[in-house]
Ligand binder design. Structure first.
Ligand SMILES: Nc1ncnc2c1ncn2[C@@H]1O[C@H](COP(=O)(O)OP(=O)(O)OP(=O)(O)O)[C@@H](O)[C@H]1O
Length: 417
């Protein structure tokens, strides 16, 4: 069977059993399915009317429910909270575009649904929860040994490389953290929550009490100056690498080591040639010393303060696939920024201009997804200092020194100014 026929078969699966109402109905349904539209009733039935026992959790964008389609496939339905200023058509357009973003290491968006004011997203269900739970819960740490952790690091790198360079358009995730990496039943990592700010354009005048998120992942240039490029994701990925190796959570690290951040601690040990001491004691026995040192080194290259010094995800993937060899010395790590709980009618401080970046290192790749996918691909719960002007912009695949001004109307804000 051809690939396109396969695809076609797959998308009609959920509705096979209800397809006996005549040819015209069927054709209409098939057309809708090609657009990846899920009828609301299908989601109601899949989630038992969004029953509390089906609730997987609630993030910054609203609750997520587990569901099962008639054909047995499991789904996760994210019901976006009210408070987006995005219109229905815009949401539908964005969802359609994001549904084309498909990769083994990215949580696939199977479709979407609008019903009255409700906007819903339908994802593949990923069975083994998020990476942070496996890494930081003491009773689960040993579940993933070094070999699996290494596979997880390389899988995330591949997913991020795909988002940055191989997806239909460049996507800067903006919220890479271990809580946004889901693990499937074989521990294959899948990056979740990409493109969320495009799907949930937060109404800045709306009363908003949602928690902005986690500390310790954001690149300093993004927090301080609103400079957004793929290198901001590389920084966050570097933090995640060090968390995976150490089993220590970046945001709460200083509770144990008051004078150091996770990044500084790792850098210090690396400089002394003691990278192995970073390894999570729960998995030390399974750790391959050469591989660990290589990963620590790559992690530290990713979290360098200067975005231009950080490798691209293509280079990171290449390095991870190679045997440890001679690598340049990393500079000291940047200070990972913190996000904060946003308050109603938050003050808009000084107007540093945001850069979503329009320059690429190759000088050519200013990509857009629809009109502006890259300008808002984070969670939309906190906006960098500079992201204030409500104009549209494109992001780049590289850190752009001197990148032109642009905006990020619904993205992230720094914790302090
Ligand atoms: N596709 C999925 N498959 C399985 N579980 C999922 C899926 N998507 C989300 N979840 C689970 O649903 C819960 C809520 O997820 P969501 O991404 O909305 O928020 P979060 O990760 O808890 O917080 P944040 O919004 O700060 O990232 C989490 O427990 C998450 O693991």
């Amino acid at each position: 069977m051809t690939k396109s026929m396969n695809f076609f078969q797959n998308i009609i699966k959920p509705f096979k059993r209800s397809s006996n109402r005549g040819l015209e109905d069927d054709i209409e349904k098939i057309a809708a399915l090609e657009q990846k539209v899920f009828p609301f009733q299908v989601l109601v039935s899949a989630t038992k009317d969004f029953h509390p026992t089906h609730k997987l959790g609630e993030g910054g964008f609203g609750p997520v429910f587990k569901g099962r389609l008639h054909d047995g496939r499991e789904i996760a339905v994210k019901k976006l909270a009210q408070g987006s200023r995005q219109g229905k058509n815009e949401f539908v357009n964005e969802a359609k575009l994001l549904a084309k973003v498909q990769h083994r290491n990215v949580v696939n968006l199977w479709g979407y649904c609008t019903h009255g004011d409700d906007k819903l997203l339908v994802y593949e269900y990923v069975a083994n929860e998020s990476l942070d739970k496996a890494l930081f819960k003491s009773n689960r740490k040993a579940e993933i040994d070094w070999k699996q952790r290494f596979e997880i690091i390389t899988g995330i790198a591949r997913g991020l490389l795909y988002l940055h360079e191989d997806a239909p358009n460049c996507i800067i995730h903006r919220d890479i953290k271990s809580g946004n990496i889901l693990l499937d039943e074989k521990w294959v990592p899948k990056i979740a929550d990409f493109g969320m700010a495009r799907l949930y354009q937060e109404d800045v005048t709306h009363v908003n009490t949602r928690v902005a998120g986690t500390n310790g992942y954001m690149a300093p240039e993004y927090v301080m100056h609103g400079v957004l490029s793929v290198k901001a994701d590389v920084f966050s990925f570097g933090v995640v690498i060090l968390e995976i190796i150490s089993g220590q959570k970046s945001s709460s690290f200083s509770m144990r080591h008051p004078d150091l951040t996770l990044l500084e601690w790792a850098y210090k040990l690396y400089k002394k040639g003691r990278s192995m001491e970073i390894v999570d004691t729960e998995i030390a026995a399974s750790a391959d010393p050469e591989q660990v040192k290589h990963c620590v080194h790559i992690g530290l290259l990713c979290v360098q303060g200067d975005p231009h010094e950080r490798p691209t995800m293509r280079r990171v993937s290449l390095l991870l696939s190679r045997k440890p060899g001679n690598l340049e010395e990393p500079d000291g790590p940047g200070v990972a920024g913190s996000r904060y709980r946003r308050r109603t009618h938050h003050h808009r401080p000084f107007g540093v201009v945001s850069s979503v970046g329009t320059h690429s290192t190759t000088g050519s790749s200013t990509d857009s997804f629809g009109s502006n996918l890259n300008s808002n691909t984070g969670t939309g719960r906190a906006t960098p200092a500079s992201s204030r002007t409500p104009t549209r912009a494109h992001a780049t695949r590289s850190a752009g020194a001197g990148a032109s001004s642009s905006s990020d109307p619904n993205g992230k804000r720094p914790m302090s100014y």
